[in-house]
Design a protein around this ligand. Structure first.
Ligand code: SF4
Length: 336
C-alpha cells in the first residue's frame, strides 16, 4: 500500500477529460457568538470525469456535495485550487463568457416542479436556452425542441402543455431535456431521483445513462444514497465532511470497500431479499463542519478508531494491491 499518489483517473488515456478538479477548497467565514470561524465546506478535493463517463458522488446531507456542484457550475467562489470544465477555468469563464460556461455544463436538480416555471409551456422552457445562446430561426428551434423531447421519451404534443399537467417523472424528463438541449459536455445531476416515486426512479436513471452514451457527455451523479448510483456509475467517490474519503471503480467500492464510512453506507442500503444481512443504520450523527473532530473526521463514529486517528491529517492510501484507482483516507490501509 502506498501513500497518496493522486493519479489522473483516466479509465481510457484517449478519452478527453471534461471535468478536472485539483486540490479544491471552499471555506466560509461564519460568526459564532463574538468569534469568526472557518467552515470548511470542501477541503482539498481532486476529481476528474472523462467524456462518456459517469462519476457517482455519494455522502450524507451536509457533507459538501452540493457546494462542490455549485462550484462546478461557477456559482460559488473558490477559496483555493481549481475547477476546469472542457479545459476552461470555471471562475474565469463565468466572469468573461458566462454563456460559454453554460454551454459546457448544465445541471438537473432534485425537485423538477420547482425547476420549471408553472406559467410557461414545455416549448417555451426548452426554447428559452436556445434563444439565449443565439439561435433565432423559429423553425430550427421548434425542430430542436421536438427532437429533444423525443430523446427523453416524450411525444411532440407535450410541447404545448404546462408543468402541472405532467407526473413527477415526466417533469424530470423535461428538466433533463432542457439541460441537454444546449449540448453541454458535462451534466451535473444533484439528487435527480430522490423526489420521485421509487417505481419511476429506475426509468430516469436508465434515461440518463442512455443519453450519456448517445451524446458522449460526462455525467456527475450526486446522491446521498449509494444504492442510487450503484448501477450507473463507472466510478464512485465517497464524501465525508468536505473530503473525498474513498474513490474507485464501482465494482471495487461495492465488493471491497476500504473506508469504514463506505462500509457503513453499503451496510445501510435496504435489501428486500435479505433485510437482516444489510440495512444496518449508520451509527451517530455527522459532526458539524464548524467543529470537526481532530484527525480523521469520521473517528467519533468509527468502530476501528484508535488514538492515531485523532491526530493530524489522514493521507490517502491505495488498496493492498497498490491499485492507484482505488484509494481511501484511512490509517487501516497504512503499511507497517
Ligand atoms: Fe476509522 Fe481511523 Fe480509518 Fe478514520 S482513520 S476511518 S477513524 S480507522
Amino acid at each position: 500500500m502506498s501513500e497518496q499518489v493522486i493519479p489522473s483517473l483516466h479509465t481510457n488515456a484517449n478519452t478527453a477529460e471534461v471535468l478536472a478538479i485539483r486540490d479544491l477548497s471552499i471555506h466560509y467565514s461564519v460568526r459564532e457568538g463574538f468569534r469568526k470561524k472557518a467552515l470548511k465546506a470542501v477541503n482539498g478535493i481532486d476529481l476528474s470525469i472523462n467524456a462518456g463517463e459517469c462519476l457517482g458522488l455519494v455522502g450524507e446531507s451536509g457533507c459538501g456535495k452540493s457546494t462542490l456542484a455549485s462550484a462546478i457550475m461557477g456559482l460559488t467562489p473558490i477559496t483555493s485550487g481549481s475547477v476546469h470544465v472542457a479545459g476552461q477555468d470555471v471562475p474565469t469563464a463565468v466572469k468573461n463568457d458566462p454563456l460559454a460556461q453554460a454551454r459546457n455544463v448544465q445541471m438537473v436538480f432534485q425537485d423538477p416542479f420547482a425547476s420549471l416555471n408553472p406559467r410557461r409551456t414545455v416549448r417555451d422552457a426548452l426554447a428559452a436556452p436556445l434563444r439565449l445562446h443565439g439561435l433565432k430561426d423559429n423553425i430550427e428551434i421548434e425542430a430542436r425542441v421536438i427532437e429533444m423531447l423525443a430523446k427523453v421519451g416524450m411525444k411532440p404534443e407535450a410541447a404545448d402543455r404546462k408543468p402541472h399537467e405532467f407526473s413527477g417523472g415526466q417533469r424530470q424528463r423535461i428538466c433533463i431535456a432542457r439541460a441537454l438541449i444546449v449540448k453541454p459536455k458535462l451534466l451535473v445531476c444533484d439528487e435527480p431521483v430522490s423526489a420521485l416515486d421509487v417505481s419511476i426512479r429506475a426509468q430516469i436513471i436508465n434515461l440518463l445513462l442512455e443519453l450519456k452514451d448517445e451524446l458522449g457527455i460526462a455525467l456527475l451523479m450526486i446522491s446521498h444514497d449509494l444504492g442510487v448510483v450503484e448501477h450507473m456509475s463507472d466510478r464512485i467517490a465517497v464524501m465525508y465532511l468536505g473530503r473525498i474519503v474513498e474513490e474507485g471503480v464501482w465494482s471495487d467500492i461495492f465488493t471491497s470497500p476500504l473506508h469504514p464510512y463506505t462500509q457503513a453506507l453499503i451496510a445501510s442500503i435496504p435489501d428486500p431479499l435479505a433485510p437482516t444481512m444489510r440495512q444496518r443504520r449508520m451509527q451517530g450523527e455527522a459532526p458539524s463542519p464548524l467543529n470537526p473532530p481532530p484527525g480523521c473526521a469520521f473517528n467519533p463514529r468509527c468502530p476501528s478508531a484508535s488514538d492515531k486517528c485523532r491526530e493530524g491529517d489522514i493521507p490517502s492510501f491505495t488498496n493492498s494491491a497498490g491499485d492507484q484507482f482505488h484509494r481511501a483516507r484511512c490509517h487501516l490501509l497504512e503499511q507497517g
